[in-house]
Design a protein around this ligand. Structure first.
Ligand code: 5GP
Length: 137
């Protein structure tokens, strides 16, 4: 179980597939999930290959978490959120579907359940939410 250079996030990193970027630095990219489980759902990935947490370096994990924190603080402000849910899955059995290490960061409001996975979002709404996060960063 190695790293597949043709996974969808590798293609995003190579610019072969468009994305709504909210933040990037030398080590990480943060962009909108196109099937958001809450409005403002963001994915954070390392720019270098790692299948998931199990093969990632400590430096990749640290860089991703620093970006998750930045984005989460911006999401709190941009959506007047009450909290943030961060998720990270490893391998099929762990719920992973895209095999490039990624962290989900989702704004949450008290009493509002997360939506189900796998529902394509409205692209105009996702673009608008990306702009709100970028403005808060
Ligand atoms: P996981 O591997 O954590 O279970 O799920 C992968 C995540 O990637 C899902 O939340 C899914 O909505 C998201 N996703 C799948 N394909 C794309 C894509 O082409 N672009 C973006 N931005 N997100 C995607």
């Amino acid at each position: 179980m190695g790293y597949d250079n043709d996974n969808i996030f590798a293609k995003i990193l190579r610019g072969e597939i468009p994305n709504f970027t909210v933040y990037e630095d030398d080590e990480t990219l943060a962009f909108m999930d196109i099937m958001p489980r809450s409005p403002g759902h963001v994915l954070v990935i390392p720019k270098t290959p790692a299948r998931n947490m199990l093969d990632a370096s400590a430096a990749q994990l640290a860089a991703c978490l620093a970006t998750v924190q930045k984005v989460a603080r911006a999401q709190m402000q941009a959506f007047d959120a009450d909290g943030i849910t961060t998720q990270q899955y490893n391998e099929d059995a762990g719920g992973q579907e895209v095999f490039h290490l990624h962290y989900h960061t989702m704004p949450r409001h008290a009493g509002v359940a997360m939506g189900p996975p796998g529902n394509m979002g409205d692209m105009d709404e996702i673009a608008a939410n990306a702009a709100r996060i970028r403005a808060a960063l």
